[in-house]
Each structure stands twice: as structure tokens, then as C-alpha cells.
Design a protein around this ligand. Structure first.
Ligand code: B3K
Ligand code: ZN
Length: 886
């Protein structure tokens, strides 16, 4: 397959002004009548009309009402010799019930849904299926009234009524021009939770959340999240809801989380449905983020969209940043905000940093792709959000809001580029560092790879100065051997030895800052000298994770303990604990001479005990501090990775924490397990998280000591729990400790929730992700795939078993006998024939194969090569495995 390159962008030869679609919906054969008005783009190089199409049956093409001659070329419908402007009518059919790719028009549980981003609209009709072609849509849906009572599309319902033979119709008009990827329709038996709201601008809106009839009692949280999103975007950025009616519809068959179709967001049920009996605190919080995310796209994506798919982060990075800010602003206090920030950074460092160091590394604005679906990545989304966040750091919160206002004023209704975005933020802040450094700042868009920032401190007692020297480097990535220096905002504070914040005065500058100061790095090497420093300070560098870089600083253990105990910046306080744990882990992994020696030293254990006992710290923060760096994160720090060794060392650390802190875990459980009537707010969910962690460690300790009290209590907790969070945490504690009570608890859990698909996903995923003991997880996973509830066709279910094993359970997946890799290659091939997007995502779980130690490395390579050799592999999976082997 051919690579598409960013440099090759050319404006479309034709514009489509209006689209009038009529659907006769039938699962086996849906008829689509597409009538469009087109005109030549005078600013283009010209050429024939080339319309994209995929798996369509073409019946008729009329130009201005006359049969027209056309040809098919590489799947495109090509028409020559067209007038300057004309009406084009195309009649096609497609087969939604056979659409297992879930792109275009598909059927899920007898309901029609669409997914068009990025290139799914061409599976519905022939079209200029590219985001810079924006048209006005009128859509008429016709279907059997009993089977499909609800008929939805974008915009406003302008007409509806009955048709002969038990059929009916609905006609929708979208008041906004949009690219084809934002088109949507839904038809089926659904019910809606409805809410009318009046916004501060004084406009009335109808909000609706559509679900299957039995799920209405799980829509309150999604609705509240939607209301909060509408109010927040208006209050924080002055961006109002621009539609009379805003709809969310849930489907259980969906490739990703959700989709921001104009006025008709379609969601994976996982990010809509929640009540306290079926959803965990994490589910509640994800629903809030995803509902917010899709709603915020209404401006950052829909009103202003991408010129081409290389600009994907224009809408995704910005919208992730917006949903992060939304969740942060909903937090009641600074501690909850810090917890949210730590969680976001953890995702970035455990998923995006490895991507940036692996075969799929690409810039936030990529230069080429074979299949765009492969580029809905943590780099485009999460790193893209960090790039936007750095802009905010450089221009300040108010300046950033002014930049956003200018961006939407300048580009409303347009399809634009990442350059246009950065330019607008800079132009609204002409005397900022961002404006001064804009071309260099934009290297964050063009250069892939995670920069490494090495810092060295030098204290001069005679001069009473402290000098910090920074050196930045960035390793080569595919196609980019050499990198130029980035603009790196470094938030910094200095503490004295007792942990008090020092005033910061830069040499030669008059101003003194108390607390955090932002240093802006631009050179490969740079130094900053602080004056009036009475004793060697402890530097707190990169507070709040002010830039997506790897910071190397040769902290002493004592300095890290000082930061852990005192840093007023909660992010760096947490980070100090992570560094200490990581240091011990790396030392133990290296030290094969003493495989059974304790990994964690007394100072660390004492510090953790102090954190657990500290009455001024929130439970949520304690839970994060006590969570050891993940196996994936530890692996990233090593040049050669032995996954079994990492797993063994991390498990030993957990066993040590369990036993050494037994009394503290008991206290933590006693103090936090009763959270009263269920609410998913950060404070009480933090307490549930810490109580859950305590149970896990208490059961682990029981495993070592033979104690039966805590496993028994845990089982009782599992039975009595008043909400899914407590119930699932108790179940996980039994499973994670490998206790014999886990089996009956799992059986009971299945029996209670057999009709709740999302809970059954948790049941599968917990087992496939359970800690390996002597290679027992792979046989279990194979067993689970034979369970009557398992299905490869449902992406959530496939992910709950296969991804939980291959991507989230390294200690079980990387087997010396290579059976994990064989299993992986078989599943990738099987899935590829059903759903290439899901297969290609799974294919990425071996991204980091070349770092593996033998025998893993050769076996993994062999497995990837086996996938690559499969005939008829989708271009999605081909791109992933070929890059892995390159
Ligand atoms: N924009 C969609 C993602 C579409 C993925 C297509 N393969 C969801 C989101 O980011 O909000
Ligand atoms: Zn998005």
C-alpha cells in the first residue's frame, strides 16, 4: 500500500455545497440516494471529479438529471468533462449487517449506527471524503416503524410521518456546514433521558441521552456530565452550545470510546452507562471525561476542523487538553486537581513515551501514513494535549483564553492546520515567550521522540549561588536521525534541607519569586544561576510536569526523601516517591547475584508508612504514592528488557510493602472503607481506592503468612458491597493474591451480573489480567475465549480478554516458551479478517520487541513476521507490523 504524505496536500478540485441523502434502511440491503450540488474550486489545480467509495454497490449516476459516463479507478468513481457547477445524483446500496469493521453504516443489536471518522463516509456513499470539503446536509431516513421507531441524524428534525406498509420517515437538517466525517445516523428501538436547559446566554436547549430500554437507569451521570460540559465551555472559554438539540446515543459495538458527530454524538456504552451497582469510580470519571471531550469537539473539531488528517492533533490534542482542564476545574480542591494531573501524566509516560521510542513513533503532526486509523494515538492525543498545555504555561491562563477566542474568531467554519492554531495563540499574546519563540516552539509538532533533559546542580558556598545546568537531547526516531533543540518550559522551585521553599532570584535579575518560577529552555545546553542561596538547596524541577520530557537529575536518596515529605508541589512530591521505588527496582533487576534479597530499603518503607499515616494528605494522593511504577514504565528505563525479571522484582516489592506495612494497611482500611452513601466525587472515590489498595495488600500479606482473616473479610466485603467499586476492589484483591476464595467469588460475580455486558467485560478482563503464577494465565485466557459469553466480534469483549492479556499483563504474556506470542499472532490474524482497526491496535502490543532479552526477542520477531506474511492482511495491520520489522 502507498504512503500518503503531508507535503502532497492539494486543495480539492471540486467543492460540494449541499448534500441531500435519502436512506431506505434495511439491514441486508440499505439503499442510499445521494443528491449533491458541486462546483469547481477555482483555486485548485483542476482535474476530473474523483469520488471515494468502499464496498458499495453502484446502481446509477446522473449529472444534472442525465445518465453520465464515468469510470472506476482504484476504487474511486471518476467523472470527466463536467460543467463548472452541477447536480450529481448517485444511487448505491450497502449491507450494514455484514459490516464487521464497524466503519460506515453498521448494525448493532438490531439498531443502525454510523462511524465515519476518518474515512467511513465513503462506505455509505461516493463522496469527496476529506475533512476540507464542508457541505450542508439534509437527511431523510425511511425504515420499518416497529423495528426502528427512533430515526436520528445531525441537526434539527424538520419533518416526520408515516409511510405505507408500516414504514415511517424522519427528515433532518443540519444548520452547520460540516465535513463528511461528522455525518451520523441512528435508527432503532431506543429510549432517551431528556433534559431542557437554559444557558447563561439565555438560549434553550434539549439534551438527550439515548440508550436501550433497560439502560435508562444508567444515564443520569452521563446527562449530568453533559450539562456540566455545556456550562463549563461557556464559562471558561466563552464557547456556547450552538444547537437547539444535542444528542448522545450509546452502542455496545464500537471501535473506540465515542465520536463527536455534529449534534449526534455516538458513544461506546462503556462511556455512557453507569449506576453505582454496575460502574466503578474509574468508570464514572471516564464517562465525565469522554462526555466532556466529545462535547468540547463541538467547537474544537466541528466548528473549526482539520484541513487534512495530518492535522488530527489540531482537534484531538486541543480537545484532550480541554477535557483535562474540565475535569480539573470540576475538582473541589488543589489536591484533587493534583491527583488528576498525576493520573494524566502516568498515562503519558506509560503509553506515549514508549510509543515515542518505538517503531510507530511519529510527530504530533505526522509526515506520512498508510492507514490514518493507525494514527489515533497517544502521541496525537495525549502528547498533543501537553503541547497545548505548554502554550498555556508560556502565555498564562488568561493569555491562553484570549488565544482560544482569537482562534475561533479567525477560523470559525474553516478547515485549518496546526500552524493556524499556534499562530492564533501567539498573536493574542504578542509580548510572550511563545510569540518570540514560535517557529522553534513548533518543533513540538514536527519532531518525534521524547526529549531527555539532564540537569546538574552546583552550589557555590562562597558566592552563595546555586547554578542549574540543563542539557537537552532527543534520540533518533524513524525518518528523523537528528533533532534540533525544543522550547522547554521548566517549572522550578528550590527547597532548603528541611523542605521549606526558598525565594528565587536569578543572577542579574531584580525580581524575587516565592514558590515556582518558569525557566524557558531553548538551547541544547543552558544554565541558570540563583543568588542569595545560604545552603545547598534541593531542586524541585519540572513541577506539575511542565513539559513532556524525561528529566535526569542525580538526586541523592536524602534529597528525594525531603521532596517526598515536603515538596509543596504535589506532582513532584509523588514523583520523588516514584524515583525512589524505581531506583530500588532497577538495582534489584540488575543484581542477579542476590535474587531474593529485599528490594526496598528501610528508609523507603518508613517514608511510605509516614505517607499512609499523614493526616494532611488525601486518600487519593496516598494511593498514587503507594502505587509502584508499572512494569511497562520500569521496562522503558532499561536498555534490555527481561519481562519475567521485572515482574518478579515488582511482585517482590509488593510482597514487601504488604508485610512491612501490615499495620498501616489495616489502619488505612479501617479509616477509609466506609464512605457512606455512594457519590463518585474525587474525595470519596479516593477513599475507596485507598481502602481497595489496602485490601489487596492485606490479602497479599495473608498469602505469605497463611492468615485467613483478611481473605475472609475481603470475601464478606465482596458480598456486602453497596457499590461496584467496593465490590470489584474486593474481588480483585482475592484474584490478585491468588487466594482460593477467588474462584467462588468470580462465579458469584458472574451470576449476579450475567445480563450486564459492561460488568461481564470486567469479569473477563480481571481474569485475563491476573498475575501469572507458573504460566497459568494463558491457559485461562484460552478457556475464557471458549466461554459462551465471549465473542471476537464485539470489540469491548475482545479487548477485555485479549488486550488485557497481551497488552496489560506483561508478566503473563512474555513467556519463555513463546506461547504468548503465538497466541497473539493467531488473534491478530483472526481479528484482522473481522475488524482491521481492532487487529492493528492489538498488533501494537509487540511494538517494543527489539528491546527484549533473548529468548523473548527472537520469538517475538518471529511472531510478528508470521503476521506480516499473512496474505490479504489489512493495510491497518500491515503498516503496524511492517514498521515493527523495519
Ligand atoms: N474523533 C473520534 C475518534 C475517531 C477514531 C476513528 N478511527 C473520537 C474522539 O477523539 O473524540
Ligand atoms: Zn477527540
Amino acid at each position: 500500500p502507498l504512503a500518503i504524505r503531508r507535503e502532497d496536500y492539494v486543495a480539492p478540485a471540486w467543492w460540494i455545497d449541499t448534500v441531500d441523502l435519502t436512506f431506505d434502511l434495511d439491514p441486508a440491503k440499505t439503499r442510499v440516494l445521494n443528491r449533491m450540488r458541486l462546483r469547481r474550486n477555482p483555486d485548485s489545480v483542476g482535474g476530473p471529479l474523483r469520488l471515494d467509495g468502499d464496498e458499495l454497490n453502484l446502481a446509477r449516476v446522473l449529472v444534472d438529471g442525465q445518465g453520465a459516463s464515468f469510470r472506476m479507478e482504484a476504487g474511486q468513481l471518476v467523472i470527466d468533462n463536467l460543467p463548472e457547477s452541477f447536480e450529481l445524483e448517485i444511487f448505491t446500496t450497502c449491507c450494514p449487517v455484514k459490516n464487521t469493521k464497524l466503519m460506515g453504516l453498521f448494525v448493532s443489536e438490531n439498531t443502525f449506527f454510523t462511524q465515519c471518522e476518518a474515512e467511513g463516509f465513503r462506505r455509505i456513499t461516493y463522496f469527496l471524503d476529506r475533512p476540507d470539503v464542508m457541505a450542508s446536509y439534509t437527511v431523510t431516513l425511511r425504515a420499518d416503524k416497529t423495528a426502528y421507531p427512533v430515526l436520528l441524524s445531525n441537526g434539527n428534525l424538520v419533518d416526520s410521518g408515516d409511510l405505507p406498509e408500516g414504514r415511517h420517515f424522519a427528515k433532518w437538517v443540519d444548520p452547520f456546514r460540516k465535513p463528511s466525517y461528522l455525518f451520523a445516523l441512528v435508527a432503532g428501538k431506543l429510549v432517551a433521558r431528556e433534559q431542557r436547559i437554559t444557558t447563561r446566554a439565555g438560549r434553550d436547549h434539549l439534551l438527550q441521552v439515548y440508550v436501550r430500554a433497560g439502560d435508562l437507569d444508567k444515564t443520569e451521570h452521563a446527562m449530568n456530565s453533559l450539562i456540566n460540559s455545556v456550562l463549563w465551555d461557556e464559562a471558561r472559554f466563552g464557547l456556547p452550545l450552538d444547537l437547539d438539540r444535542f444528542m448522545i446515543v450509546a452502542t455496545s459495538d464500537f471501535n473506540m470510546g465515542a465520536m463527536e458527530n455534529k449534534g449526534l454524538n455516538i458513544f461506546n456504552t462503556k462511556y455512557v452507562l453507569a449506576n453505582q451497582a454496575t460502574a466503578t469510580d474509574a468508570d464514572y470519571s471516564n464517562i465525565e471525561s469522554v462526555v466532556g471531550h466529545e462535547y468540547f469537539h463541538n467547537w474544537s473539531g466541528d466548528r473549526v476542523t482539520c484541513r487534512d488528517w495530518f492535522q488530527l492533533s489540531l482537534k484531538e490534542g486541543l480537545t484532550v487538553f480541554r477535557d483535562q482542564e474540565f475535569s480539573m476545574d470540576l475538582c473541589a480542591d488543589a489536591s484533587a486537581r493534583a491527583v488528576k494531573r498525576i493520573e494524566d501524566v502516568r498515562v503519558l509516560r506509560t503509553a506515549q513515551f514508549p510509543e515515542d521510542a518505538g517503531p510507530m513513533a511519529h510527530p504530533v503532526r505526522p509526515d506520512s501514513y498508510i492507514e490514518i486509523s493507525n494514527f489515533y494515538t497517544v502521541t496525537i492525543y495525549e502528547k498533543g494535549a501537553e503541547v497545548v498545555r505548554m502554550m498555556q504555561t508560556l502565555v498564562g491562563r488568561k493569555g491562553f483564553e484570549a488565544g482560544i477566542t482569537l482562534y475561533f474568531k479567525r477560523h470559525d467554519g474553516q478547515a485549518v492546520t496546526c500552524d493556524d492554531f499556534a499562530q492564533a495563540i501567539a498573536d493574542a499574546n504578542l509580548d510572550s515567550d511563545l510569540s518570540r519563540l514560535l517557529p522553534q516552539f513548533k518543533r513540538w509538532y514536527s519532531q518525534a521522540g521524547t526529549p531527555r533533559l539532564a540537569a546538574h546542580g552546583h552550589y557555590d558556598a562562597d558566592a552563595r549561588t546555586y547554578t542549574l545546568r540543563f542539557e537537552q537531547t532527543c534520540a533518533p526516531t524513524p525518518g528523523q536521525p537528528l533533532k534540533l533543540p525544543f522550547v522547554i518550559p521548566v517549572n522550578l522551585g528550590l527547597l532548603d534541607a528541611s523542605g521549606r521553599e526558598l525565594p528565587l532570584q536569578l543572577d542579574g535579575a531584580a525580581d524575587v519569586v516565592r514558590g515556582t518560577r518558569t525557566l524557558v529552555l531553548t538551547e541544547s545546553a543552558q544554565q541558570f544561576t540563583f543568588v542569595g542561596v545560604d545552603a545547598e538547596p534541593v531542586p524541585s524541577i519540572l513541577r506539575g510536569f511542565s513539559a513532556p520530557v524525561i528529566l535526569d537529575f542525580d538526586y541523592s536518596d536524602a534529597q528525594l526523601l525531603t521532596l517526598l515529605a515536603n515538596d509543596p508541589d504535589p506532582f513532584n512530591r509523588w514523583e520523588a516517591g516514584q524515583r525512589l521505588a524505581l531506583r530500588s527496582a532497577l538495582k534489584a533487576i540488575d543484581d542477579s547475584a542476590a535474587p531474593d534479597a529485599p528490594v526496598l530499603d528501610t528508609a523507603y518503607i518508613d517514608a511510605m508508612a509516614a505517607v499512609l499515616r499523614n493526616p494532611t494528605l488525601d486518600a487519593a494522593f496516598k494511593e498514587l504514592v503507594l502505587t509502584l511504577p508499572s512494569e511497562t514504565y520500569i521496562a522503558e528505563q532499561l536498555p534490555v528488557v527481561d519481562p519475567q525479571r521485572i515482574h518478579a522484582v515488582r511482585e517482590a516489592m509488593r510482597a514487601q510493602l504488604a508485610t512491612a506495612l501490615f499495620a498501616q494497611w489495616e489502619a488505612a482500611y479501617d479509616e477509609n472503607h466506609d464512605t457512606g452513601a455512594y457519590t463518585p466525587d474525587p474525595r470519596s472515590s479516593g477513599r475507596r481506592a485507598l481502602a481497595g489498595m489496602a485490601l489487596t495488600f492485606l490479602c497479599l500479606a495473608a498469602r505469605a503468612s497463611g492468615d485467613t482473616v483478611w481473605p475472609g473479610k475481603t470475601l464478606q466485603r465482596f458480598k456486602d458491597a453497596g457499590n461496584m467499586t467496593d465490590r470489584f476492589n474486593a474481588l480483585s484483591a482475592l484474584v490478585a493474591s491468588g487466594h482460593s476464595l477467588a474462584a467462588p467469588a468470580l462465579a458469584r460475580f458472574h451470576a449476579i451480573f450475567k445480563d450486564e455486558a459492561l460488568v461481564i467485560d470486567k469479569w473477563f478482563s480481571l481474569q485475563a489480567g491476573s498475575p501469572d503464577r507458573g504460566g497459568d494465565v494463558l491457559p485461562l485466557v484460552k478457556q475464557l475465549m471458549k466461554h459462551p459469553d465471549f465473542s471476537l466480534k464485539n470489540p469491548n469483549r475482545a479487548r477485555s480478554v485479549i488486550f488485557s492479556y497481551c497488552s496489560a499483563n506483561p508478566g503473563a504474556f512474555h513467556r519463555p516458551d513463546a506461547a504468548g506470542y503465538v497466541f497473539w499472532s493467531e488473534r491478530v490474524c483472526e481479528l484482522d479478517a473481522i475488524n482491521p482497526q481492532v487487529a492493528a491496535r492489538l498488533a501494537r502490543s509487540l511494538d517494543r520487541w527489539s528491546k527484549l532479552a533473548e529468548p523473548y526477542r527472537s520469538a517475538a520477531r518471529e511472531a510478528i513476521a508470521r503476521v506480516a506474511a499473512k496474505p490479504d492482511l489489512s493495510k491497518d495491520t500491515q503498516e503496524v507490523v511492517n514498521r515493527a520489522l523495519a
